[in-house]
Design a protein around this ligand. Structure first.
Ligand SMILES: *[C@@H]1O[C@H](CO)[C@@H](O)[C@H](O)[C@H]1NC(C)=O
Ligand SMILES: *[C@@H]1O[C@H](CO)[C@@H](O)[C@H](O)[C@H]1NC(C)=O
Ligand SMILES: *[C@@H]1O[C@H](CO)[C@@H](O)[C@H](O)[C@H]1NC(C)=O
Ligand SMILES: *[C@@H]1O[C@H](CO)[C@@H](O)[C@H](O)[C@H]1NC(C)=O
Ligand SMILES: *[C@@H]1O[C@H](CO)[C@@H](O)[C@H](O)[C@H]1NC(C)=O
Length: 541
């Protein structure tokens, strides 16, 4: 009892000490600068003027021009962007616009949208996302070839609208002529190491739209769990999911994710990685290699067994299902990190290797499996294209000429040169593994990674279709996936959208700070990324 009182005093005293350190000092004054009303990622061309236009919630509307195509995706986006601009819980009452602003600003009552080409159902690798936005004294128009470009233009328009000190919403006269540098701007999320609820995947898709990213690479299954509910092989998730009732993606969930993404111009590219990374598959379907200890089988299983007939009859049915469930032209077939030790221990595989004349070269067995898998894809769905991890071509597997190879290992410049030299299209992800975290401004190294920085001809460079930020799931689930991915992925978003010479870290800092604050305003809990600072729209819980 007697001891506690001095302790309390010490505690109070030390709190005071901490407080006294909060006196303004040059170091603590160092906060991240923040821009206001800058489009993110930085557009290819933009001119801004000083004339202001005031938007009023009551009379502002989006409207198609007379010549425009009318697309459901765009009509639905009108509602979404109206809410983004006017519906934020953070906005103050805007009915009471001060007279001073009324006198020196015009009022802007509509954005006229003109989509030139017929509506498409789904975005694709070839989609044109260019748009032109023109705001001039009471008039605003958005022109695009495709509906996907119109979506990007609506995003930019919503970002130009800022809240002034008196609570009114304003947009300056502006001309924007914009298009992405790369067509494939992706993010990989892993939902096998940890499950992530569909509602959180949707928040992630909102963040992707806000950053103009357009491919959700869904690394849906892996060794640890198989949450995808298959209708041809329901045992896969029944036995392979962490929980077959609560930790799965039903066909309804998958449909909803694909639709949510489609409405935002985002492709869903599903990855079913094999022959490695498949432990969870083996619980439902007996296709894995039984590992041996000498003569005796152990209870351990290795990669898919390429020598079993069941393997290929399973793959035929299952791949066919996948090409029917996922509408994108591309399936990601994985092919990375195959561990040969279990194959080496298995006597039936040893016999098979002898029979085929592979000697002790297990890369040849891997090649044999991948070749069969690719042939099956060609057979059950000739229009399906595939994306694969780099090991497949590193191991000399012959793939279709329109295959996309995803580079993830160092040294990546050599690999990009090799892959494009073989004539394949390439995606870079090596320098964008966001799951590696560290204290401090780690976004800068993501921002500085330039996918064209490798030795190659112009023709080789033209085969680089973009890149992907990756968020692997060992230490990530619904509790932190949004804050850990955003806004660090925004650095990648700008690298993949903006012109090659947009490289100033100092400039980007202020824009990303605004972008993070904008995401908070939209209910996306993006973390502070570059040190001290503040956002008007603090999260509430
Ligand atoms: C933000 O990052 C830059 C670059 O590393 C650094 O110079 C600056 O001090 C950082 N800002 C804050 C507030 O820490
Ligand atoms: C918009 O115009 C005002 C003057 O009316 C100016 O102060 C402000 O900097 C402009 N905003 C941008 C983003 O250029
Ligand atoms: C596997 O398929 C091959 C080729 O169709 C056939 O020759 C072989 O007998 C089959 N093996 C078994 C065990 O069914
Ligand atoms: C093993 O096979 C692969 C694929 O065919 C080939 O690229 C590699 O050179 C072979 N390795 C050896 C040591 O023969
Ligand atoms: C990038 O290049 C374009 C075209 O040459 C030029 O207009 C623009 O000012 C440059 N931007 C930067 C940030 O250097």
């Amino acid at each position: 009892m007697e001891l506690k009182i001095p302790l309390l005093i010490i505690v109070l005293f030390s709190c005071n000490l901490v407080n006294s350190r909060r006196e303004p000092s040059p170091k603590l004054k160092n906060v991240v600068p923040i821009t206001k009303g800058q489009i993110f990622p930085k557009p290819q061309n933009q001119v801004t003027f000083d004339n202001r236009n005031i938007l009023n919630k009551k009379n502002f509307h989006f409207e198609y021009s007379k010549e425009s195509q009318v697309c459901d995706v765009i009509s639905i986006a009108f509602n979404r962007y109206y809410k983004i601009i006017f519906g934020s819980q953070y906005l103050r009452n805007m009915n009471d616009v001060p007279s001073q602003l009324k006198s020196d600003a015009s009022s802007l009552n509509r954005l006229l949208v003109n989509v030139h080409e017929p509506c498409e159902e789904y975005p694709s690798l070839e989609s044109d996302e260019s748009y032109t936005l023109e705001i001039s004294t009471g008039l605003a128009s958005l022109e695009s070839k495709t509906l996907w470009g119109a979506l990007r233009g609506l995003e930019s328009f919503s970002q130009l609208v800022v809240e002034l000190d008196d609570g009114s919403l304003s947009v300056n006269n502006t001309l924007v002529n914009d298009f992405p540098r790369f067509n494939h701007r992706g993010i990989l999320l892993d939902t096998s190491r940890h499950y992530i609820r569909p509602s959180i995947l949707k928040v992630h898709l909102d963040a992707m739209e806000a950053n103009k990213m357009n491919v959700f690479h869904w690394h849906i299954v892996d060794d640890q769990s198989f949450p995808y509910v298959s209708y041809t092989y329901p045992e896969l998730s029944k036995m392979g999911a962490y929980n077959p009732y609560t930790h799965v993606y039903t066909s309804q969930d998958v449909k909803e994710i694909i639709e949510y993404a489609r409405l935002r111009g985002i492709r869903v590219v599903a990855e079913f990685d094999s022959p490695g990374h498949t432990e969870s598959w083996g619980k439902g379907v007996p296709i894995l290699t039984n590992c041996y200890d000498g003569e005796k089988p152990t209870n351990e299983f290795g990669p898919i067994d390429p020598t079993k007939n069941l393997t290929y009859s399973f793959l035929k049915t299952f791949v066919k299902e996948l090409t029917q469930v996922f509408p994108d032209k591309y399936l990601h077939l994985g092919g990375d990190e195959v561990d040969f030790s279990c194959w080496e221990s298995n006597p039936a595989i040893t016999d098979f290797m002898k029979e085929k004349g592979y000697g002790k070269n297990y890369s040849k067995l891997e090649e044999y499996y991948m070749q069969n898998l690719l042939d099956i894809v060609n057979e059950v769905s000739p229009k399906t294209g595939y994306i694969i991890w780099q090991e497949v071509v590193d191991n000399n597997v012959v793939v279709k000429p329109d295959t996309v190879v995803e580079v993830w290992k160092d040294p990546w410049p050599e690999e990009m040169a090799m892959v494009t030299n073989l004539g394949y299209r390439a995606l870079l992800s090596t320098c964008w593994y966001l799951n590696y975290i560290s204290y401090g401004d780690d976004w800068i190294k993501y921002y500085n990674c330039e996918p064209m920085d490798f030795k190659g001809t112009d023709e080789q460079k033209s085969l680089v279709i973009g890149g992907e930020a990756c968020m692997w799931g060992e230490y990530v689930d619904g509790s932190n996936v949004i804050s850990r991915t955003w806004p660090r992925a925004s650095a990648v978003a700008e690298r993949l959208w903006s012109a090659q010479n947009v490289t100033s870290v100092r400039d980007a800092q202020g824009r990303i700070e605004e972008q993070r604050c904008r995401m908070l305003k939209r209910g996306i809990k993006a973390e502070p990324f570059n040190g001290s600072g503040h956002c008007e729209y603090e999260v509430e819980n």
